[in-house]
Design a protein around this ligand. Structure first.
Ligand SMILES: [Zn+2]
Ligand SMILES: [Zn+2]
Ligand SMILES: [Zn+2]
Length: 133
């Protein structure tokens, strides 16, 4: 995890390492509060600042879905400090409110005349594996 920070020219601090470790080991996207609950002690402002620095470095992305707190997940695609380029879908479970980044077998290609699309934000709702049993 240390290398991830160093590759993005972020200084390595215990908080950054902890937060990155928590996001990395979670199967679903986490809200700032869920991340905070896993830290022993934390300052909300510093946590938000840490998350913002990860977002602007292309390490994590924010997933803002209607009715849910913003959640954060690692970028599984090549993202840089200039641009987030995601080729995946955000799945939210209507039972447990978990949000997951999932790869689609085929991503739709959409073209709009006179506009250039830089990224598509696709959301899917349904029942996750855990809740369908
Ligand atoms: Zn990204
Ligand atoms: Zn579920
Ligand atoms: Zn995602």
């Amino acid at each position: 995890m240390k290398e991830v920070l160093q590759n993005k020219n972020l200084s390595v601090t215990p908080l950054r390492l902890n937060v990155l470790g928590i996001i990395n080991s979670s199967l679903s996207a986490l809200s700032a509060q869920e991340i905070g609950e896993k830290l022993n002690e934390y300052n909300r402002i510093t946590l938000y600042r840490t998350l913002k620095s990860f977002i602007s470095s292309g390490i994590i992305h924010e997933i803002a879905l209607a009715g849910l707190d913003p959640k954060y997940a690692l970028c599984i695609d090549e993202c840089s400090s200039e641009t987030h380029n995601h080729q995946h879908i955000h799945f939210s479970c209507t039972e447990c409110d978990k949000v997951l980044c999932v790869e689609a077998e085929r991503m739709p290609t959409i073209q709009i005349p006179n506009f250039s699309i830089e990224s598509l934000d696709i959301q899917a709702k349904g029942i996750c594996n855990n809740c369908s049993e």
